[in-house]
Write a protein that binds this ligand. Structure first.
Ligand code: SAM
Length: 281
């Protein structure tokens, strides 16, 4: 039987990486079914043998790199707790910038919105909860990802959000036009050495990589936008911090106007956006 404070110290020493103490606290709080504050309030409390075993197993999985979010089955995005499994990308805080931009670009209470490659449903659910009057369609090529997204939509009681499976725009009805198309598509180069390092090794490759230059999917999404946007509607796509120039060119080649890139909260180029003026369509 070990005390909470001793277990945390020992686990943090073994886990290593960027945030070992935080990781240990999240895992132990998960085992105990309590908030992290409980660990600070009761550092001398002893765990029973089952709790100790469960914690040790999670720490060992974390040591080999399994992401904390998969181990506890949850990740917060836009202050919403979301269920995550290895079928979906773990939503990143930088993607909240795309949500913010979508809300700012289209302040109207009514809108038709398409989220391409929804994964856990993070972007669509954030928008659906912020704007109950919007109608959203969220798509993914992965049925397993859509199962997770549906769980999250149910969790947050999103009644204004539908899901469809398919390859990018194939999942959307041919006649439906959108005021906003948003996407955080795969954009990592398929030979990027980071794919062999850290937590990302456990995430689905289909959610991460996009051809030799990492831009194949952004190209497909930009190329299809003309047929699916309403006049004046915006396309917003997240990309890597070093892909802004190429993403801008791709948008312009697709005939989009008012193309620009917006930084994330860390000041890194992150979201390229553009739209078709009525004359462009
Ligand atoms: C980078 S993840 C983003 C997930 C989620 N939108 C987020 O921001 O956390 C990209 C998503 O695109 C999906 N995807 C990949 N190729 C696709 C395709 N051809 N058509 C539709 N979705 C695709 C993946 O399954 C994955 O869920």
């Amino acid at each position: 039987m070990a005390r909470i404070d001793a277990l945390l110290r020992d686990a943090a020493d073994r886990i290593g990486g960027d945030s070992p103490r935080l990781d240990a606290e999240i895992l132990l709080a998960h085992v105990l079914g309590k908030p992290r504050s409980h660990l600070y309030a009761w550092p001398e409390r002893k765990l029973d043998a089952n709790q100790c075993d469960a914690f040790t197993r999670l720490v060992e999985q974390r040591i080999v790199g399994e992401p904390v979010a998969y181990l506890v089955g949850e990740q917060e995005f836009w202050s919403l707790p979301l269920t995550v499994t290895p079928a979906v990308l773990i939503p990143r805080p930088e993607t909240e910038r795309l949500v913010e931009l979508a809300l700012t670009l289209h302040p109207e209470p009514v809108a038709d919105v398409l989220d391409l490659g929804t994964g856990s449903g993070a972007i669509a659910i954030a928008l659906a909860t912020e704007r109950p009057g919007w109608r959203l369609l969220a798509t993914d090529i992965s049925e397993a990802a859509l199962d997770v997204a549906r769980i999250n939509a149910e969790r947050h009681r999103c009644r204004n959000l539908d899901f469809a499976q398919g390859n990018w725009y194939d999942a959307a009805p041919a006649t439906r036009r959108f005021d906003l198309i948003v996407s955080n598509p795969p954009y990592v180069r398929n030979d990027d050495p980071h794919l062999q390092q850290g937590d990302v090794r456990f995430e689905p490759e289909g959610a991460l990589t996009s051809g030799h230059g990492g831009l194949d999917d952004i190209r497909r999404i930009a190329a299809g936008a003309r047929e699916h946007l309403r006049p004046g509607g915006w396309l917003l796509v997240e990309h890597g911090y070093d892909q802004a120039v190429e993403a801008g060119e791709i948008f312009r080649e697709a005939g989009l106007s008012e193309v620009r890139c917006e930084p994330d909260l860390g000041g890194r180029d992150r979201v390229t956006l553009g739209r078709y003026r009525p004359d462009d369509l």
